[in-house]
Write a protein that binds this ligand. Structure first.
Ligand code: PEP
Ligand code: MN
Length: 338
């Protein structure tokens, strides 16, 4: 439920309502707007009738039901857009944040060459997989801790904050030691014990959409992070499985447009995994921004034909620089709440 306080509500009236919400068996989440305070009451086992009766409490304007099963991520609860700060880069602040780098960290030279080139072309964050979720156990699985160390070196050299995937609960501490932002990969979107552990971490999370997840399931996965205390969440649409096989996945652009209406969280697009085809990355990058994406994740490799993973969808260094030039002219769609 949402308790809308009137614009003249006093601090005492607000704390009285918070206390009553807790007495009724719910968690209270205070959202301070420019004009008024909104209080979210979330939980499943509280005394609902008593909560609804708060309509009569002093300073309360109205008590309304949140229409969706996801609450804290909902734009109904928080109109103001969340801006997520990753090492000084503001994601969701109205410009396009570009995270670029290789699918996998393969060597110090490969990573440093890519990092310097993407930085020079205007990227804001460096990506690179250290722990790789591969479909086959015989494929390259990533360099692990060694890759984390190389990412940090490249970050120190370029000033680009790092985003990298954490695949397992047991790796959360070590990845958090090196990375500025932790990525939950598509295959782990509904790994609830991993999400719970990341929720208590004070580090921004990039939550990729599962290949077969509905928008509701994706937002409920984000809800785990917010409900556990981590508000620094960025969503990433990376394509879903459909009957179409001509592209690796189907990049769901409508999901980007809709999630921007439904949620206050920033949303970025990953057209590399979303298409699996290098030539489609530039047009789908522009389309995603036109649909409202706050940023892009782009795979870049100095020599894609030699890449140990995802070469066919990786841009080379010149291709990435060209894309960055073209993006300069695309405007981000402004989205009103649904
Ligand atoms: C990746 O970003 O390299 C990756 C494995 O992505 P996804 O989880 O979307 O497949
Ligand atoms: Mn990849």
């Amino acid at each position: 439920m949402i308790i809308n306080m009137s614009s003249s509500a006093t601090a005492e009236q607000i704390s009285h309502v918070v206390e009553r919400i807790q007495e009724c068996g719910y968690q209270a989440h205070l959202i301070q707007g420019a004009e008024r305070t909104v209080i979210g009451a979330v939980g499943s086992s509280g005394r609902r009738a008593e909560l609804e009766a708060l309509r009569a409490a002093p300073g309360v304007q109205d008590v309304i039901q949140i229409a969706h099963p996801f609450k804290l991520v909902s734009r109904q609860l928080q109109q103001r857009r969340t801006i997520v700060d990753v090492g000084g880069v503001q994601i969701g602040a109205g410009n396009v944040t570009v995270m670029a780098g290789p699918c996998s960290v393969e060597s110090g030279e490969q990573l440093m060459e890519t990092a310097l080139a993407v930085k020079a072309a205007g990227a804001n964050l460096l990506r690179g997989g250290a722990y790789k979720p591969r479909t086959s156990p015989y494929d390259f699985q990533g360099l692990g801790v060694e890759a984390l160390r190389l990412l940090r070196e490249a970050s120190d050299e370029t000033g680009l904050p790092i985003v990298t995937e954490v695949m397992s609960e047991t790796d959360v501490e070590i990845v958090a030691e090196y990375a500025d932002m932790l990525q939950v990969g598509a295959r782990n979107m509904q790994n609830f014990s991993l999400l719970r552990k990341l929720a208590i971490l004070e580090r921004p999370i990039l939550l990729k959409r599962g290949p077969s997840a509905t928008i509701k399931e994706w937002l409920l996965a984000a809800e785990y992070l917010l409900a556990g205390g981590n508000k620094n969440v960025v969503l990433c649409e990376r394509g879903i499985k459909t009957f179409e096989t001509a592209t690796r996945n189907t990049l769901d652009l409508a999901a980007i447009a809709l999630v921007k209406e439904l949620s206050h969280l920033p949303v970025i697009a990953d057209p590399s995994h979303g298409t699996g085809i290098r030539s489609l990355v530039p047009p789908m990058s522009k389309a995603a921004i036109a649909a409202g994406a706050d940023g892009l994740m782009i795979e870049v490799h100095p020599c894609p034909e030699r890449a140990l993973s995802d070469g066919p969808q990786s841009l080379d260094l010149a291709g990435f620089a060209e894309l960055m030039k073209e993006l300069g002219t695309v405007r981000v769609r402004e989205v009103k709440a649904a």
